[in-house]
Write a protein of this length. Structure first.
Lengths: 336, 336
DNA sequence: CTGTTAGCGCGTTCAC
DNA sequence: GTGAACGCGCTAACAG
């Protein structure tokens, strides 16, 4: 069983082997100050031979922070979350940063502060909070103001910098589409939201109001496709429901199966539109009409934002590629 | 725009405010040595007032390592990968560790070493490699022997400690099931594998050989459900194919849609069995018969293993909850 | 129980 | 260009 045994080589070892002083090694490492070619090469050779790797903790101690950005999220596996994190990691790695992930299991104050404490125990350069839900909002509140913090979110920010995906407009677009198809109104099965009402629910409601259509009560499904399945099953016995906009694709899929189990057909009896652009949506039968969102891009942008904050540069206010409706098979004109 | 401005409070600030020496503060922090109640409370109050948080880099410098474990993976969003990472993070957080994630984009030597260097620039206590594919294998090779390293994998390990999910046996079970249903043989659509052949392919082949059934050529689909869709579509015109075991559920879903588009019905015309237990599988129509695997548990176990290595304890050789077949609707006896 | 002293590995003065 | 000296924040090893 391999035990961490031999001490990792330190800069002093390199200096000794190369026959130079420690600062000289440091200089070739950072490239801050020129070093004579001969010495540089000896240092490089020594580094190579020893397999030396600078100690990040020592570096961080000197510089005050390390090239690490913390990501705070309530979940890492859900589609949008996972993709956003992937985008953050990708951009971070390209910039020589590494990402630490800490999940916050609930919006309970204890869970939030203990997770934040754990994450901030390391001298991170900045933090990205996935503000897709109430947990994200709570995390933002618990973060010290002195840090470089950005939120990745669906809704626009307040005081702290936000990278956003405007799902409100996209939800309106999807709702308009269903209305235009001839449905008298559109129902909404919602995911948990960061505010009183998610951007998606807001956009849906606005579109309905603008069209003078009735605004049905929102059905809350949490994150569980199974719950959406139940909702779908019960909706199957309600002939007044002809179109449903779902808070995300997993719910849409659960809903469609519930509808199917209840004896209703999509899109013949009822139209369903999802949200996010989950890769399995297009493989469903019927394939899922949905609002595609570029979460990876949101993640990259979030990183760019923190990076700018860290360097004290003005935040690059380039807006993200916005969500857009992708028309497939699951929505159609109503029956009659 | 909030810039990182005011220096974070350090232990000296706390000591000064509490009117004690620095080591005393350290002692109440670590609890290593008893401190008189009066002083302890003053220290605690000062910590509270200042919002002090110990600097992990400084700690790491002293202790030789910090409470950080690095996770190396080729991907963070695919179902099994994401869940394993979730499990690692969960166990790590419970133990006061935080996880850093670095993705390795390809098995190309450059990509591997640069990612490993980036990850190890920080003084991690240990590392977990997701050895589900060739990239994981390459990463393992690039890691220094002096580190506490464990692989989370489907296949059993060689020199380094492994936490495994025995998918070979489970693949045999699934294949046996299809054979028992009356299929003369079973085809296999494979994911990329960490070895020449994945455990899943191996188990499938073994079961076939044991039963004296013909072993068809493996169809490689990569990770893309779309590719499985194409395979399904082409398989639709091959009446000799009556049962397919897929390397994962996403492929199974893509395959089923391809079959559907090619005019074949599942399970009437053809049986399909997936792998992993993706939550959307049960919502498909037909719901997907699959081999469920507890990836989160694999992740937790992987962390427990590194944690043990770090402390120099013998590795806890408790075996993980093993994958098992979940029978649903997508597999049935052949037509004739 | 407590304060003093030393040192973790590195970058950054500052002299030469 | 280069080396010597110092300090980042913290804990461990000593004295008391």
């Amino acid at each position: 069983m391999p035990r961490p045994s031999t001490r990792a080589p330190a800069i002093t070892d390199v200096a000794k082997l190369a026959g130079v002083s420690v600062p000289t090694v440091s200089r070739v490492l950072t490239g801050s100050v020129p070093v004579s070619k001969a010495r540089r090469e000896r240092v490089l050779a020594a580094i190579e031979e020893l397999g030396y790797r600078p100690n990040g903790a020592a570096r961080a101690l000197v510089k005050g922070h390390q090239s690490v950005i913390a990501v705070l999220a309530s979940n890492t596996t859900r589609y949008g979350y996972a993709l956003t994190i992937q985008g953050i990691e990708e951009a971070a790695r390209a910039a020589g940063f590494i990402v630490m992930i800490t999940v916050i299991e609930s919006e309970d104050a204890g869970a939030v502060t203990s997770a934040v404490d754990l994450a901030l125990r390391n001298p991170v350069s900045g933090v990205v909070v996935l503000k897709f839900d109430p947990v994200g909002v709570a995390a933002l509140r618990a973060l010290p103001k002195s840090l470089a913090v950005v939120a990745a979110s669906g809704s626009r920010g307040t005081s702290i910098p936000h990278a956003t995906l405007d799902d409100t407009a996209a939800a309106s677009e999807a709702t308009d589409y269903l209305l235009k198809l001839g449905h008298t109104t559109v129902h909404h099965v919602a995911i948990p939201s960061s505010g009183r009402r998610s951007g998606r629910a807001l956009g849906w409601q606005k579109a309905l109001e603008r069209a003078g259509a009735e605004v049905p009560e929102v059905m809350y499904a949490g994150w569980e496709p199974r719950r959406a399945h139940e909702i779908g099953f019960s909706l199957a016995s309600r002939p007044d429901v002809t179109a449903v906009l779902c808070g995300n694709d997993e719910l849409a899929i659960g809903l469609m199966r519930g509808l199917y189990d209840g004896g209703r057909r999509v899109p013949d009896d009822i139209s369903v539109v999802g949200f996010d652009g989950h890769p399995l949506g297009e493989l469903w039968a019927p394939s899922l009409t949905t609002v595609e969102q570029d979460f990876a891009e949101l993640g990259r942008r979030s990183f760019d934002l923190v990076a700018a904050l860290i360097e004290g540069k003005p935040a690059p206010m380039t807006s993200a590629r916005q969500p857009h409706l992708v028309i497939r098979e699951s929505a159609a004109p109503p029956r009659d």
